[in-house]
Design a protein around this ligand. Structure first.
Ligand code: C2E
Ligand code: CA
Ligand code: CA
Length: 714
């Protein structure tokens, strides 16, 4: 039962349709209205001409005394045609339309007055009202159309209502007209063709919900039948039979017309559904193309287009504009600690805040926790502060910071991608700098940028031409202060840039995965120089070599060590491997595996920069080291507070308990050296005992006895 009811509801059109489908069906109706009103105009023009032709020598009013219907139907058709064409072609203001409406209203008033003039007094009130029905309907049509012409702005779909009203009024006129004409003709003993034509006419126009077609057609048919029947009965030709046959045919036509309107409606509805889903797909694809899938704000495709478009505008002064690159420092820790999901949710919220704060400007997410903006330089500070406040507020346990790089475009047609690269680069320079959160790409940054480019492009040449040199810094036993080894530190002495410090080139080479070339070069130099000293029977101290995390990914460190020591005949206890603590986030386990092999091969491994990172204690738990190099950070406020010496002491004891030799770096004063010695630190390194120096210099100092190499190595 339920399903039959549902089916009926659906067939009759008692269902909700989407605004799109409604509009689609309305538009189709108005398309039909163009053809129908055109036919109406031609038909009535022809009728009017014929009528005038058949009755020569009459006055204007005499012509239309009895036949105003032609004029009314003609005018109604004209109004509907003008409206439909305007609607379909989405034309703008149309003054001629207003004039047509006014002329029709004036004409209608004339005809109406004429009717009243001849009928008031002879006919009762309802009779007059009935006689005026077409005048009133036409008047209503002209008024609706006039109103449409004057309505300035249309909300989406609002003009549909005007169309619907006009079509209904027009259909009422045409059906009524058909009824009248046919009844008139029948009284002359003629056919009912006019009624049928006009009903079909209306049925074509009224393709709305099927139930409305049933009502309108039903009422028309029954009304006409009630008027027609007495005439049929008057005809004296076996009245009953004719009546039955004609009645059946008449109602069959009604059923057929209803069916036609059903099928037209459902066909249009199906088309509308298909059309709508296509449109939806199209919109979705469009959205995806310019939307960042995680945060829902725009992506870089959109950003680049918008930025280009914005700056291309000649009326825009490009000096007012600035590109910003935003990075959330320490977001990774937030992700690790609070969870990936929460991290994503946070990024989404932040993205929305950035978009809203810089509303009107191109804003996009570049990747991860990186956002880009093109905005006016004048008022960017407040806006950046708004974002920064939010970043600070986010979580108490994980401290995050907003880092911003900025770049001012230099040309109207500069590629936004390049501009963003510069802003990003400037932002990178604020990394790990506690109180630097904003950096604009200026001349200074530009020179750093070019230096970095230079470093990446020239590392191979520098190695080949011997510009990379191993410097040696002595390490001493704390008790005897005798030299127990050296650390090899790389120096780049460049013909263009002069003396480059590792702080400049090491991070660049690491970022660009080139550092292994340098480390291989240093190891080779160290082995070669050691070999040369040994073959001259000169005293030699062990040397520790720094290795980066990338080395373990880019080359076989163990194989290289083995190759070099073998080639230059160096005892393995003369080469130590330094691995910095921050390297040891070793998810793939490559470093751990390599470290085991290095140990097995007989080299000792030193833990560099202990205490500099976040994971110090975990590193001790998971890896095996022979020496702990305590980071010079521990000495930074030595003497200022008690705590630093307590901590230093604890770390030294920890090394001892873990069977590691303790070594403190960065020892610059006797006071610190004595403190460390007293507290059990085994080895010391720092400017107090010597800065890193070229091989010739340290060789000379050893040979001259300035440095005495200890008998004891371990
Ligand atoms: P590091 O391995 O911790 O090296 C110690 C750094 O502290 C060296 O800086 C050294 O000159 C400096 N230093 C030593 N004693 C003192 C002191 O008493 N006071 C002060 N203020 N500083 C002292 P350098 O040579 O500039 O090297 C910086 C970093 O560059 C090194 O830190 C190391 O991580 C990296 N590095 C240097 N050479 C190489 C290399 O050949 N390969 C790799 N992978 N990294 C290297
Ligand atoms: Ca080191
Ligand atoms: Ca160190």
């Amino acid at each position: 039962m339920q399903t039959v009811l549902e089916w009926l509801k659906k067939e009759l059109g008692f269902i909700k349709v989407s605004p799109y489908e409604k509009r689609y069906i309305n538009t189709a109706n108005i398309h039909t209205a163009i053809y129908m009103s055109f036919i109406g105009i031609v038909m009535e023009l022809w009728m009017i001409i014929r009528y005038v032709h058949q009755r020569p020598g009459k006055t204007f009013f005499e012509y239309f005394d009895g036949e105003t219907n032609y004029l009314i139907f003609f005018s109604a058709s004209l109004l509907l045609l003008v409206f439909s064409v305007r609607y379909i072609r989405e034309l703008g203001k149309f003054n001629a339309g207003k004039i047509i409406a006014i002329v029709i209203i004036l004409m209608d008033i004339c005809l109406l007055s004429r009717y009243l003039y001849t009928h008031v007094g002879n006919t009762g009130f309802f009779g007059i009202l009935f006689g005026l029905k077409y005048h009133l309907l036409l008047f209503a049509m002209a008024a609706v159309y006039f109103n449409y012409e004057f309505a300035e702005i249309f909300e989406e779909n609002e003009s549909d209502i005007y169309g619907q009203i006009l079509i209904v009024l027009y259909s009422l006129i045409s059906v009524g007209f058909g009824v009248d004409t046919s009844l008139y003709d029948i009284s002359w003993g003629r056919q009912i063709l006019c009624f049928l034509t006009m009903v079909m006419f209306a049925a074509c126009l009224l393709v709305w919900r099927p139930y409305s077609s049933i009502i309108i057609l039903g009422v028309s048919f029954i009304y006409f039948y009630s008027k027609w029947k007495p005439h049929l009965e008057e005809l004296d030709l076996e009245a009953g039979k004719v009546l039955q046959g004609d009645t059946i045919n008449y109602f069959i036509l009604f059923v057929v017309l209803v069916m036609v309107s059903f099928s037209l409606y459902h066909q249009r509805k199906k088309e509308a559904e298909k059309d709508e889903s296509l449109l939806e797909t199209y919109n979705r694809l469009n959205r995806i193309a310019v939307e960042d899938d995680l945060t829902g704000i725009h992506n870089m495709v959109y950003f680049n287009q918008e930025a280009e478009y914005q700056l291309a505008d000649e009326s825009v002064d490009i000096e007012d504009w600035i590109y910003l690159f935003l990075n959330i420092e320490n977001f990774k820790t937030y992700n690790d600690q609070i969870g990936y999901q929460a991290g994503n949710a946070y990024l989404k919220r932040l993205a929305e805040l950035i978009r809203d704060t810089f509303s009107g400007d191109p804003v996009a997410r570049l990747s991860d926790d990186h956002f880009v903006i093109l905005t006016k330089a004048d008022d960017m500070d407040d806006k950046i502060e708004t974002i920064r406040k939010d970043v600070h507020r986010e979580d108490d346990e994980v401290y995050m910071e907003l880092k911003v790089g900025a770049y001012r475009p230099v040309a109207r047609d500069q590629d936004p991608r390049i501009a963003i690269d510069y802003a990003r680069y400037a932002c990178g320079l604020t990394k790990n700098k506690y109180n630097v959160n904003f950096r604009e790409y200026d001349k200074e940054v530009d020179s750093i940028f070019h230096k970095r480019q230079y470093i990446v492009n020239n590392i191979d040449n520098a190695i080949l031409n011997g510009h990379i040199k191993a410097y040696y810094q002595p390490v001493v036993w704390s008790e005897s202060r005798e030299m127990c080894g050296c650390e090899a530190l790389a120096r780049w002495i460049d013909p263009t840039y002069g003396f480059l410090s590792p702080g400049e080139f090491i991070p660049v080479l690491e970022e660009n995965r080139q550092i292994h070339k340098l480390d291989e070069c240093i190891l080779k130099q160290v082995c070669k120089q050691m070999h040369s000293a040994m073959s001259q029977n000169k005293p030699v101290a062990p040397v520790s070599i720094n290795f980066s995390r990338i080395d373990f990914e880019m080359m076989d460190v163990v194989a290289l060590l083995e190759e070099m020591t073998h080639k230059y005949n160096i005892p393995k206890e003369y080469i130590h491997v330094e691995i910095t603590e921050s390297t040891l986030t070793d998810s793939a386990g490559i470093i751990k595996k390599a470290m085991d092999q290095i140990h097995k091969a007989g080299y000792s491994i030193w833990l560099d920069d202990f205490g500099s990172g976040y994971s110090s204690l975990n590193v001790l738990k998971d890896y095996n080291f022979d020496v702990m190099k305590i980071d010079m950070k521990f000495l930074s406020n030595f003497g200022e507070n008690k705590e630093s010496s307590i901590i230093l002491n604890t770390v030294i004891n920890l090394a001892g308990e873990l069977d590691m030799i303790s070594l403190t770096e960065g020892v610059e004063t006797d006071e610190i050296a004595d403190f460390l010695t007293k507290n059990g630190c085994k080895k010391l390194q720092g400017y107090l005992f010597g800065k890193p120096m070229p091989e010739e210099e340290i060789r000379e100092k050893i040979d001259s006895g300035f440095y005495k190499i200890s008998e004891k190595h371990v």
